[in-house]
Write a protein that binds this ligand. Structure first.
Ligand code: ADP
Ligand code: TZD
Ligand code: MG
Length: 580
C-alpha cells in the first residue's frame, strides 16, 4: 500500500536512517541478497526498498510457497533463506514452511511484520491481531522480536546464527509495524549492525569417537553407509566421495542425498535396498536420521523378527546434533561434529591398512543389484497405451541423464516414489523433494528458489494432486521468466483416478476432474503448455523446454489405474488394508 518514499540512505550526507533501511542493511551486510515474500501492511515498503537497494525480491501468490522457497534456498546455499510476510494470516501461511525448515534442518528465517504490541497484548482487536512470537516459538529453532531500531543489527545477527549454526533450522523474527518507521542517526545505526563472524563454526569430532567408529567399521563383515540430506547440505562432497571409495563400502543415498555420488556408482546399493538393510551388520549413518524413512532402524526392514524388533545391526552415526543418537535404537559409535570435519577425521584415521569389505558381501550386493536393475529395465522398456508412470519416467530418466546440471524437484505419492527409484541423479544437491514430512505443496516454491539460487534449469515431476497445492505459482514462474519445466503426472487424482462414490452424487474424495488441461494454466501467463499422451510427445516437449529455457508445463496423461494407494507407504495408511 502507499507510494514509494524517497530512499533514506545511510550515507554521510543524510543524518538519519530508519527501521526499513536498517533491516535491509543488516541483511546485505551478511551476504543475504534475496527475499522470498508477499507484500502488504506493514512490509510493503520493505519489499520496495529492498528491491530498489539491489536485493532480489521474489514476490509470490501465497506465503506458503514463498516460505518453501526460502527453506530450500537455505538448504542449497547454507545461508538462511528469507521469507517475508505480513501479519497474522500471512504469518500463518508462512508458518508451515518455517516448521518444515525446522523439521528438515534447513536454515531459514521467517520475517513477519506484526501489529501494535500494546493492542495485541490487551487483545483489543487490532488489524490482523495475533501474538505471532508465541505461536512461532514451538515450531522454530529460535524466535525473536525487535522493538527498537537500534536492536535490528542484533536481531538479524541472532536470527542468522540460530538458523545456520549447529543443526540448522527455521527461525522466526517478529518485526512490529512501528519498528520500520523509527528513525535514528545514520552513523549510529550503521555502527549497531553486526556482520556475523563464522556463523556456522566447524565442530571437530573427538578423536576417541572417531577411533571407536573406525574400530567398529574394521570389525564389520557386511558394512553399509547411509548418506542423508545432512550430508548433501554439508557441501563436503569430495570428502564423502573419498570416504566411500576408500572404504569400498556399499552406500545407500536417502532421496535428497541422491547424486552426492552418481547413482550409477558401482558402490551405490539403491537397487538392492531391501537386501542391504536387513543384511548389513554395521551401518554408518552420515547426516541421516533413523526416523520413519528408515523404519526407525528396526523391524522387518532391518531383518528384525517382529515390527519393532532390532535386526542386530550396530550403528555409527555421524551428526552435528549430539541428541540425535539413540533416538530409535542404540548407536554404538556416535561421531558428533560437522560432516566435513567428521568425514575428514575418519579418512585420516583409516590409515593405509584399511581393508575393503569381504568380497562375499560385495558380490552378494552386486548380484542383487544386477537382478533388480534388469527387472527395472524390462518394465521401463514397455510402451503401454495409455502411458503409465514407468513409460513416462523412462523419458525423464534420459533427459536428466543428458542434463545432469538441472535442478530436479519432485512431489506426489506414486509420482514421487516411482521417480525416486527410476530417475538417477548425477550431481550433489540436485534432487529436492517432499523431505522429512512427505509434504505436498513444496513444488512451485522449490522451482522458483532452485532457479534463482542456482541459476540452473529446473525440472519438476509433480503428481496432479501435489501440483494443485502451489499451482498458482506458475504465474510467478512466468513473471520472472524462470527456466522451469513442470511435468504433471496426470492420473486424475490422489494416488489414482479410479475411485467411485458408492452412493453416486459427489465425486470420490481422491478423484479430480478427468482429463484436466493443466497446461492451459501455464499458457494463461504466457508460458508454454503441452498436452502429452505418449512418451515421444513428452520427450520432445521436455527437450524443447530445456532448449528454450521458457517456463513450460507438460500435462503428461497417465493411466488412471496405474498407481497404488499412498505409493510406497501403503502400510502406514490405517484403512489401506481393506482396499487390497
Ligand atoms: P534424510 O531425510 O536424508 O535421512 P535427515 O533430515 O533425517 O536426512 O537427517 C539429516 C541430519 O543431518 C540431521 O540429523 C542433522 O542434524 C544432520 N546435519 C545437518 N547438517 C549437518 C552438518 N553440517 N554436519 C553434520 N550433521 C548435519
Ligand atoms: N497434505 C499435505 C500438505 N501433505 C500430504 N502429504 C498430504 C496432504 C497427503 N498426501 C500424500 O501423502 S500424497 C498426496 C496427498 C494428498 C497426493 C498424491 O497424489 P498425486 O500423486 O497426484 O500428487 P500420485 O502420482 O497420483 O500418487
Ligand atoms: Mg495423481
Amino acid at each position: 500500500m502507499g507510494t514509494v518514499e524517497p530512499q533514506v540512505a545511510t550515507t554521510a550526507q543524510t543524518q538519519t536512517t530508519d527501521g526499513f533501511q536498517l533491516v535491509i542493511d543488516a541483511l546485505k551486510l551478511n551476504g543475504i541478497d534475496t527475499i522470498y515474500g508477499l507484500p502488504g501492511i506493514p512490509i510493503t515498503d520493505l519489499t520496495r526498498r529492498a528491491q530498489a537497494d539491489g536485493m532480489r525480491v521474489l514476490s509470490f501468490r501465497h506465503e506458503q510457497s514463498a516460505g518453501y522457497a526460502a527453506s530450500i534456498a537455505g538448504f542449497l546455499t547454507q545461508k538462511p533463506g528469507i521469507c517475508l510476510t505480513v501479519s497474522a494470516p500471512g504469518f500463518l501461511n508462512g508458518l508451515n514452511a518455517l516448521a518444515h525448515a525446522t523439521v528438515n534442518c534447513f536454515p531459514m528465517i521467517l520475517i513477519s511484520g506484526s501489529s501494535e504490541r500494546e493492542i495485541v497484548d490487551l487483545q483489543q482487536g487490532d488489524y490482523e491481531e495475533m501474538d505471532q512470537l508465541a505461536i512461532a516459538r514451538p515450531l522454530a529453532k529460535a524466535a525473536y522480536r525487535v522493538l527498537h531500531a537500534e536492536d535490528i543489527g542484533v536481531g538479524i545477527a541472532r536470527a542468522i546464527r540460530a538458523a545456520v549454526s549447529g543443526r540448522p533450522g527455521g527461525v522466526y523474527l517478529d518485526l512490529p509495524a512501528k519498528l520500520f518507521a523509527q528513525s535514528m542517526d545514520a552513523e549510529l545505526g550503521k555502527k549497531n549492525l553486526i556482520k556475523v563472524v563464522d556463523p556456522a563454526p566447524k565442530q571437530i569430532p573427538a578423536p576417541d569417537a572417531v577411533e571407536r567408529a573406525l574400530d567398529l567399521l574394521r570389525s564389520a563383515k557386511k558394512p553399509l553407509i547411509i548418506l542423508g540430506k545432512g550430508a548433501a547440505y554439508a557441501q563436503a562432497d569430495s570428502q564423502i566421495k573419498e570416504l566411500v571409495e576408500k572404504t569400498g563400502i556399499p552406500y545407500l543415498p536417502m532421496s535428497m542425498a541422491k547424486g552426492l555420488l552418481p547413482d550409477t556408482h558401482e558402490q551405490c546399493a539403491s537397487a538392492a535396498r531391501s537386501f542391504v538393510l536387513p543384511g548389513a551388520d554395521v551401518v554408518m549413518l552420515i547426516g541421516a536420521r533413523l526416523n520413519w524413512l528408515l523404519s526407525h532402524g528396526k523391524g522387518k526392514t532391518w531383518g528384525g523378527k517382529g515390527p519393532k524388533d532390532w535386526g542386530g545391526q550396530k550403528f555409527i552415526q555421524v551428526d552435528i546434533s549430539p541428541q540425535e543418537a539413540d533416538s530409535n535404537v542404540r548407536i554404538d559409535a556416535p561421531v558428533v561434529g560437522d560432516i566435513g570435519s567428521c568425514v575428514s577425521a575418519l579418512i585420516s584415521g583409516m590409515g593405509k591398512d584399511f581393508g575393503k569389505p569381504p568380497a562375499e558381501w560385495l558380490n552378494a550386493v552386486s548380484e542383487k543389484k544386477k537382478g533388480n536393475i534388469a527387472k527395472m529395465a524390462e518394465t521401463l522398456a514397455k510402451n503401454p497405451t495409455p502411458m503409465n508412470f514407468h513409460s513416462a519416467l523412462a523419458v525423464v530418466r534420459d533427459i536428466v541423464k543428458g542434463n545432469p546440471d538441472a535442478m530436479f524437484v519432485n512431489e506426489g505419492a506414486n509420482a514421487l516414489d516411482f521417480t525416486r527409484s527410476v530417475v538417477d541423479m548425477f550431481m550433489p544437491r540436485k534432487r529436492i523433494d517432499v523431505g522429512t514430512w512427505g509434504i505436498m505443496g513444496v513444488g512451485m516454491g522449490y522451482c522458483v528458489a532452485a532457479a534463482v539460487a542456482t541459476r540452473q534449469p529446473v525440472i519438476a515431476i509433480e503428481g496432479d494432486s501435489a501440483f494443485g497445492f502451489s499451482g498458482m505459482e506458475v504465474e510467478t514462474i512466468c513473471r520472472y521468466n524462470l527456466p522451469v519445466c513442470i511435468v504433471i503426472m496426470n492420473n486424475n487424482g490422489v494416488y489414482k483416478g479410479t475411485d467411485v462414490n458408492p452412493r453416486g452424487g459427489d465425486a470420490a474424495p481422491t478423484v479430480f476432474v478427468k482429463d484436466a488441461r493443466y497446461e492451459k494454466l501455464m499458457e494463461a501467463f504466457g508460458g508454454v503448455g503441452v498436452y502429452a499422451k505418449t512418451p515421444g510427445e513428452l520427450r520432445r516437449a521436455m527437450e524443447e523446454a530445456l532448449r528454450s529455457a521458457r517456463p513450460t508445463l507438460i500435462n503428461a496423461v497417465i493411466d488412471e489405474t496405474a498407481g497404488t494407494e499412498s505409493g510406497r507407504i501403503t502400510s502406514l495408511n490405517p484403512t489401506a488394508g481393506k482396499k487390497k
